[in-house]
Design a protein around this ligand. Structure first.
Ligand code: ARG
Ligand code: GLU
Length: 710
């Protein structure tokens, strides 16, 4: 008996996971700092977040609105993921100068390539202003009056702040509107590409390995922030200088061990932990399956086209990656949610909530019906939510000619005004630019095939009264007409039209079948779907605010965190593997030997360059090994999501261990429901990054710029 108890206790200790659910707000660091210390953090709160002195936060930026990046030298050198820099790398690539295929390394500052459309965003301050925002709010107010008061308070708060032109002040709701924070941010706009490995390193494993562990991707790219002579934000100017940061991250060259403290500091985009059961059911059983099917259909066409034609390969690389990424994540999420029996978990929790609400008169008044209200609202309105998703899937991720053609609506709708104002020529010039950039990455046959595959799905999924009228009967004929006769679909005709635009062209354009279809699809959305969808989400927001208020009020001891909202957050945990399937264990790291094991010259996802193979065979790993091995990736138990790509994984002493770039497939459901035993983020080991820069790229001057800590 005693033995038995002992072994149970042992089992408990050895399988207990160290994962911590939650993405924490850095300015509230004092509230979770002591817990972080139990995991091995050695830094003080002020070293992590401080608005008076310099701290870790000053080395972390949001990268071009979507990803995260970190500064690693006193010269504004920036690390992020290859897939975050992908657009920039692709834009600078051509068949002759193919940085996607061959990589690129600037050997000095003058070779760094300007990306004037990019920006990075620093967080200067993050302050809880809930009290100020809620000033004057009373229980008796109508929802409209409350909203008005809140917006007015926000306007006053923002108006009071004095700041320079590159600084932005905004107030954002957190926790479904139960909390408000003021964000002071600053953009820097002169960003240059410094280096990138070839896709055979940076995207190694491609879509096959995407979202999958074990992983062997060197998913990183190097950029630099430039500033004017006073170190201030500036648009691109040749004379600009490397930015001098308030803080940069030293690089951890020390050996790593399972159990080491890890923290991810970055900009997670969206999580939906509070979906009610009804909504989660809708997502799991209707919305995601439909979107998965639509993406599957276009990927089935795009992938073979890319593989058989080098030009299409470059043209569609970025688009394909975008479509495939969410497609695969969703499949993983559905699997994970089913594994967790997520709907039962929600049901149990909702019963607990209702019981608590019924246990006290005041609770009953405030929170007694909110879950039923949410669930009824969902049932009554989800046909709009569904149609909304399907429209986006079709219009934004489907046949591209629709969005392209609709841009010409400015001519048909505003011709007279443009002539009157004398801005017609300017508009025509803009459209010429639009045409050129569209056709650079466009293949008409492929787009026609996508139209033919996706239109029937779009029509199938959208209820008849929410569709463009009579499209269902005619879509094939319309499609043939567009691809054969639309002047917009022929580069020469469209350019000659723009060169000599007159009334006759206008008449022709008004009848153009591509423009007409685009207008019909969008107008059906704007008139039949969007108004009802918006009114649904507005009602839902009000109920969600109450629902979460109920959690905070009735369960004060519950560890709660605010859903991700693209603001700066901290996730902490440990470096650790996992065992998500019976009879199978994932180690916490991979090595370069695994890269070679996956090598397959016949499979575009697993090709390697000759140079890589040569370096591998020479075993020239320099100072970057641990016990003779070169680590490539590792996993840790930090709660992360999309937007955390490029985020630094930081050790207990504040040094950079790796760059976050993914989660394992089994853990992607953490956007809705976290599971300590399975949820793992994936990072590329910083020593592999340095090895590639140094030994593969020969850009040793970049290593010299960094601070390597041992
Ligand atoms: N899954 C990662 C993220 O969500 C990486 C995506 C890029 N990689 C790819 N093979 N498409 O962004
Ligand atoms: N790759 C994702 C990104 O671009 C991060 C992976 C995740 O969703 O956790 O942000």
């Amino acid at each position: 008996m005693k033995n038995h108890i002992l072994s149970i206790a042992f089992l408990f200790v050895s399988t207990i996971s160290m994962a911590v659910e939650g993405m924490w707000i850095p300015s509230l660091i004092k509230m979770f700092h002591s817990d972080m210390k139990t995991y091995g953090l050695e830094l003080s709160p002020e070293q992590i977040y401080d608005t008076n002195g310099s701290s870790l936060k000053d080395a972390i930026v949001q990268f071009n609105g979507g990803c995260t990046a970190e500064i690693v030298s006193d010269q504004g050198l920036l690390l992020t993921n290859h897939h975050c820099g992908f657009d920039a790398i692709q834009r600078h690539s051509s068949v002759e100068n193919n940085y996607l295929k061959d990589g690129f390394w600037a050997m000095n500052l003058s070779e760094e390539i300007p990306c004037p459309w990019m920006r990075v965003t620093f967080v200067r301050e993050l302050t809880d202003v809930t009290e100020n925002v809620m000033e004057g709010i009373t229980d008796k107010m109508s929802t409209e009056d409350m909203e008005k008061t809140i917006q007015n308070n926000i306007r006053l708060l923002v108006g009071r702040m004095k700041h320079g032109p590159s600084v932005k002040v905004s107030v954002k709701p957190f926790n479904k509107g139960n909390q408000y924070f003021m964000l002071i941010t600053e953009d820097y706009n002169d960003i240059r590409l410094v280096g990138t490995p070839p896709s055979a390193i940076g995207k190694y494993g491609g879509d096959t390995d995407n979202w999958v562990w074990p992983r062997h991707t060197g998913d990183f790219a190097v950029f630099r922030i430039y500033a004017d002579e006073n170190n201030n934000s500036s648009k691109f100017e040749t004379a600009n200088k490397p930015y001098k940061p308030a803080y940069f991250l030293p690089i951890s060259m020390v050996d790593k061990e399972e159990g080491d403290f890890t923290m991810v500091y970055g900009f997670p985009g969206t999580t939906d932990q509070h979906y009610c059961k009804e909504k989660l059911d809708f997502i799991m059983n209707q919305e995601r399956p439909a979107r998965i099917k639509m993406r599957q259909s276009s990927l089935d066409l795009i992938k073979p086209a890319m593989n058989s034609d080098a030009k299409i390969g470059i043209q569609y690389a970025s688009k394909q990656a975008r479509i495939a990424n969410a497609w695969k994540k969703w499949i993983g999420q559905l699997g994970g949610l089913q594994q967790l029996d997520a709907l039962s978990v929600k049901e149990d929790w909702e019963n607990e909530y209702k019981d608590m609400a019924n246990s006290d008169r005041e609770f009953t008044n405030r929170f007694g019906t909110v879950l039923d209200d949410l669930s009824n609202l969902q049932n009554e309105n989800q046909r709009y939510e569904f149609a909304n998703s399907i429209f986006f899937e079709y219009y934004i991720y489907g046949p591209e000619f629709l969005r392209y053609a609709r841009e010409f609506g400015v001519l048909t709708k505003q011709y007279e005004t443009l002539v009157e104002k004398g801005t017609l020529d300017e508009t025509l010039e803009k459209l010429k630019g639009h045409v050129a950039s569209f056709y650079k990455n466009y293949n008409k046959d492929l787009d026609q095939a996508i139209y033919n595959a996706l239109t029937p799905l779009y029509l199938d999924y959208t209820e008849a009264d929410l569709q463009p009228s009579s499209l269902a009967e005619n879509w094939e004929k319309i499609g043939n007409d567009i691809f054969k006769n639309s002047m917009l679909m022929d580069l020469e005709s469209v350019n000659s039209m723009l060169d000599n635009f007159n009334k006759k062209c206008l008449k022709k354009l008004q009848k153009d079948p591509a423009l007409q279809l685009a207008e019909q699809v969008v107008s059906a959305y704007l008139t039949k779907i969007r108004p009802s969808f918006i009114s649904f989400t507005e009602k839902e927001e009000v109920l969600m605010q109450t629902y979460v208020e109920g959690i905070l009020t009735m369960f004060p001891d519950k560890k709660t965190w605010a859903d991700a909202n693209s603001t700066l957050r901290i996730a902490y945990g440990r470096m650790e593997g996992s065992a998500p399937h019976d009879g199978m264990k994932y180690t916490h790291f991979t090595t370069i030997d695994g890269v070679m094991q996956k090598y397959d010259p016949e499979n575009p996802d697993f090709v390697l360059t000759d140079r890589f193979i040569e370096l591998y065979n020479k075993k020239d790993f320099g100072q970057y090994t641990q016990d003779g091995e070169l680590w490539v990736c590792f996993t840790a138990s930090n709660h992360t999501t999309g937007g955390n790509s490029g985020s630094p994984v930081i050790d207990g002493k504040g040094r950079l261990m790796g760059i976050n770039f993914d989660r394992s497939w089994e853990s992607t459901m953490s956007d809705f429901m976290f599971d300590e035993s399975r949820c793992r983020n994936i990072a590329v080991d910083i020593r592999y990054v340095l090895w590639v820069i140094d030994k593969y790229g020969g850009a040793t001057h970049l290593i010299d710029e960094m601070e390597l800590a041992r």
